[in-house]
Design a protein around this ligand. Structure first.
Ligand SMILES: [Zn+2]
Length: 170
């Protein structure tokens, strides 16, 4: 890993319409979300691909921060790794109301050779979140061929838990 796992860091790309924030490393008490100023953008996209961990102080600040943002911006979460999806599922307010998950990683494990793999699931292609009058749609396979040994890899998560953030939230 090219980045130290103990520091959090933002890379911000803002074209005036969409503000894309790449978040790297550990989210903890040293993460200063206030560094991020989306200005007049309509959309704030959080690219969470390189997030490696989140501790309780970081989570507390996160929830307060996204709560502020969601009233002003359309929020999109993309490239969410497992550590982030776990929080979306268990921590109320981590994924604010109205926020869209554009893509997230789905872990697979191969029993025969031990290979671990992550499939990037994309909104609209692999899944769709529930709405007030439609259930969530999930087209993510329970098994897929292992790229190493060609046996079947299986989902390394419990679907009912891992995909529960796609349910309709009131
Ligand atoms: Zn294998």
């Amino acid at each position: 890993m090219e980045q130290s796992s103990t520091e959090s860091q933002f890379k911000i790309f803002n074209d005036g319409q969409i503000c894309v924030v790449h978040v790297t490393g550990a989210i903890n008490e040293e993460t200063i979300f206030q560094e991020i100023d989306p200005g007049a953008s309509m959309v704030v996209t959080l690219d969470l691909d390189k997030v490696v961990s989140l501790n309780s102080m970081g989570l507390r600040n996160w929830v307060l921060w996204v709560k502020q943002l969601r009233s002003k911006f359309q929020m999109v979460f993309r490239n969410c790794p497992r550590v982030v999806v776990d929080q979306m599922n268990i921590l109320n307010g981590f994924l604010p109301m109205g926020a869209i998950v554009g893509s997230f990683y789905v872990p697979y494990y191969c029993e025969s050779c031990g290979r671990e793999d992550n499939l990037l699931a994309t909104r609209g292609k692999d899944y769709m979140e529930a709405t007030v009058d439609a259930r969530e749609g999930i087209k993510i396979p329970e098994q897929r061929p292992c790229p190493v040994c060609q046996e079947e890899m299986a989902l390394d998560v419990i679907p009912a838990k891992y995909f529960s953030f796609l349910k309709y939230r009131r």
